[in-house]
Design a protein around this ligand. Structure first.
Ligand code: GLU
Length: 418
């Protein structure tokens, strides 16, 4: 495929490129591949919300259930202006492979509402969340489909979802994960994605035989994933030299004190303006010289146009789908390793799984137990993927998709879906 053709791929077509490549290596049955090209179910709903100014706004919302051969559908809910049906479909596909890679008993799903929560009041977001549950609640269920937070949603959103679902169907804490701890959420769920990312970074230093203390890291995004990655990577000993969020970025080649950034963020609502550091744009941030570049915000930020200017030694995909297929090909051609999203950011859904099991058992694990079990699984999966790259002579993304597609295809066949 030429670069020009690749540039036209939609998010779901982009994800499918990895699936097709794996299917060709694994000689997966074409019928299984056909099944995985589309979603098992896509719900598209109008979400009417009375805004604070008394005007009615009709939002568009989705829940996409991609494949449930390995268990109930699982995946977050994104509130974002760009969360259209194809983006949500692509993210649902990624969840199928992410859950299979971590060997969690879940299929893949994703939800979204095209909206900008940063421009809405808390009461508007509350009403939107409840209306969303009212419109898609019939496809959810503790053994059917279990949502979680994603971009633009958080523990509070999950509390509203659980409450709205409970009002209609009866008290069901396990219907969503990523809830506040006070409502049956798991200790450690808020930091889990970042902890998984930082653990993969640390294990990569083991793999490369380097030391975190000698490595400089740039992180794009300071939301839940980026900020926890920064905190835990800093604790591990990495030097964080660049950070950004939607309002701008900061760069200090000598290292940034993350605790001080958190204090600044609490007042300024952004990392931008933090000192001592130079201001940089989000585009410049991606092109800073560093050891590990960690995109932890939006999708498709690295593409054919800027891949040639990336100066990192390795890219660690903390966001979902941060690199387009042609961007990925360009990085591969330049010999820059990419650790894939379905492995790197799987810590979140792994602790979601722990939360779901705790809810079902009406039991609670300590933070230490959660972190230890998470660590064990992330480290094992990391080395399973890297071992596969050595065995098959493949890149990490290919190895991760091969392991997960094998599991998904096996479950599809055993179930008799094809
Ligand atoms: N939204 C997160 C992800 O993309 C977590 C999903 C979950 O916990 O179900 O992996």
């Amino acid at each position: 495929m030429t670069t020009v053709e690749a540039a036209k791929l939609s998010p779901s077509e982009s994800v499918l490129q990895s699936v097709y490549a794996s299917a060709a290596r694994l000689k997966t049955s074409p019928e299984v591949v056909d099944l995985l090209k589309t979603s098992w179910r896509e719900v598209r709903a109008q979400i009417p919300v009375r805004m604070d100014n008394r005007k009615l706004h009709i939002f568009e919302g989705y829940r996409v259930q991609h494949n449930g051969a390995r268990g109930p559908y699982k995946g977050g809910i994104r509130f974002h202006p760009l969360a259209d049906i194809d983006e949500v479909r692509a993210l649902a596909m990624l969840m199928t492979y992410k859950c299979a890679l971590m060997d969690l008993p879940f299929g893949g799903a994703k939800g979204g509402v095209m909206c900008d929560p940063s421009r809405m009041s808390e009461t508007e977001v509350n009403r939107l969340t409840r209306a969303y549950v009212q419109h898609i609640g019939m496809v959810l269920g503790i053994n059917r489909d279990i949502p979680a937070p994603d971009m633009g949603t958080n523990a509070q959103t999950m509390a509203w979802m659980m409450d709205a679902y409970g009002q209609r169907y009866g008290y069901t804490p396990g219907i969503v994960t990523g809830k506040p701890v006070e409502l049956g959420g798991s200790y450690g769920r808020d930091q889990a994605t970042g902890r998984g990312v930082a653990t993969c970074m640390r294990e990569y230093t083991v793999h490369e035989k380097t030391n975190p203390r000698d490595l400089k890291v740039v992180i794009q995004g300071y939301g839940n994933v980026g900020s926890w990655t920064a905190r835990i990577a800093h604790q591990i000993g990495f030097t964080i030299i660049g950070l950004s969020d939607i309002k701008g970025g900061i760069y200090n080649p000598d290292g940034i004190d993350i605790a001080a950034v958190d204090k600044h963020f609490a007042v300024a609502g952004s990392v931008a303006g933090f000192e001592p550091a130079e201001p940089v744009t989000n585009e410049q941030l991606l092109e800073l010289p560093c050891d590990y570049l960690v995109p932890a915000a939006l999708g498709e930020v690295i593409h054919a146009e800027n891949a040639a200017r990336i100066k990192a030694r390795a890219v660690i995909e903390a966001a979902n789908h941060p690199i387009t297929p042609d961007g990925d090909a360009a990085l591969n051609a330049r010999g820059i390793p990419v650790l894939p999203d379905i492995m790197v950011n799987a810590g979140g859904v792994t602790v979601s799984y722990f939360e779901w099991t705790q809810n079902i058992q009406q039991f609670r694990w300590s933070l230490e137990e959660v972190n230890a079990e998470l660590e064990k699984r992330v480290v094992a999966t990391f080395h399973e993927v890297m071992g596969r790259t050595v065995r098959d002579g493949t890149l990490p993304r290919a190895a991760a998709f091969d392991i997960s597609l094998e599991r998904v295809a096996k479950a599809i066949t055993l179930r008799g879906f094809v």
